[in-house]
Design a protein around this ligand. Sequence first.
Ligand code: HEC
Length: 235
Amino acid sequence: MIETIYATLAKIGYHHPLHPPLTHLPVGLISGAFVFAFVAWLFRRPNLGQSARHCIILALIAVPPTVVLGFMDWQHRLGGAELFPVMMKLILAGILLVLLIAAINFGRRAKPHSIGLVAVYGLCLLIVVGSGYFGGELVYGGKAPKGEETEGLAEEGAMVFNQNCAACHFSDRTDTKVGPGMKGIFARDKFPVSGWPASEESFRKQLKTPYARMPAFAHLPEEKVAALSAYLKTL
Ligand code: HEC
């Protein structure tokens, strides 16, 4: 079902993950709620407190679809691998939902410009920032390549690797993270898990139709695959 959705989107030219564009809704609304509530408290303006409340209600509506799309991206791009940042994001999403519902209930009884509301909305904002941090960890968490070792195509490949592969593969070690470490991957005779010959052909086969548990990367355009291959050969 999930794969059909991504396949359909790919047909109309959309290859991006779905979660990042939508995250801006809850992030913006919760930041807005906090700022409105803070100014309402500072200048004793109950009407601004009302604006904060409206933002937080809209945020509660925006969070569930954002979580669902995040879950879909996780299944599609990371094969549902149980990575630490993903687990943290799931836990934070649960806490955020409970906190938003509590904030809305609390807001029914509290004065719209009370300091209590500033605190609760501030807590929601902290959770959102935390979730964004772990999202960044997933996308940019890989180690930055060392300048002199990688040039041109390989340097671009290092970026592609960090965004797509580093969540599951070490680049500077041979031991397993989720999949085998990529250090010297092309320098040996065989790939470690599949036992396929360590060749360009096997590498491309692994990306299109992986040996076992790795998610497929058939959507990666040729330039990126070439860059990745150039980079992995430098390791
Ligand atoms: C969700 C985790 C995950 C991601 C993301 C991932 N891999 Fe893998 N990779 C694996 C696993 C697990 C294996 C072990 C073989 C298998 O299950 O297909 C593997 C194996 C490999 C192998 C060796 C195949 C073998 O037979 O030993 C190569 C090369 C490889 N991956 C490259 C990549 C590249 C390049 C990317 C990024 C475009 C990537 N992987 C992204 C999990 C992942």
